[in-house]
Design a protein. Sequence first.
Length: 185
Amino acid sequence: MSDVTITLAEQPPGAPKADFAFYIDFKKGEGSPSRVFSATHDFIKACERVDRDLVRSIDSNIEPVLMLEDIEAASLKTWLRNALTAADDQAIKELDWKPLVGKYLVRAKYAILRWIDTDDAPRNLPELAREIQQIAAETDVRHLPDYAPPSAQTLITAIKDFQGVKETLASVIAQPTSLRKASLK
């Protein structure tokens, strides 16, 4: 296991209209500068991939699009927003579903990141899948209790992707580096 940690911030976002942010803390003047931008790229790609897979639990007609809202220096803080579109589906037409699905995607990523960084509890993939399924059901977008849990492959890929970002940062420097994701709203 890497000495890189992913932690969650409790503060709400600043000016950007974003759903979440992640921070990459690094020591200035140490290590390859490209590792920070490579890790940012890899984290965004991992979020896009997991969003596409997770949104299927709600409705296969919804297409998530991750939007870059802002980038701040002082380490590197990247603000992202979920933009969602859906095919003509009567079940979700009568509801303001976009904020609900956006919150689901942020909370599901939070659950995956927390699962990765929890060393004191046994790692149980089916429990993680059930937790994410419950988060999907709480949206009540479809007005039915039939939200599918994410597949084991979806979770394994997300875990591997997020862990890979941490390893990109940790492999270059000896000091622990943190990748913190702030869940918002």
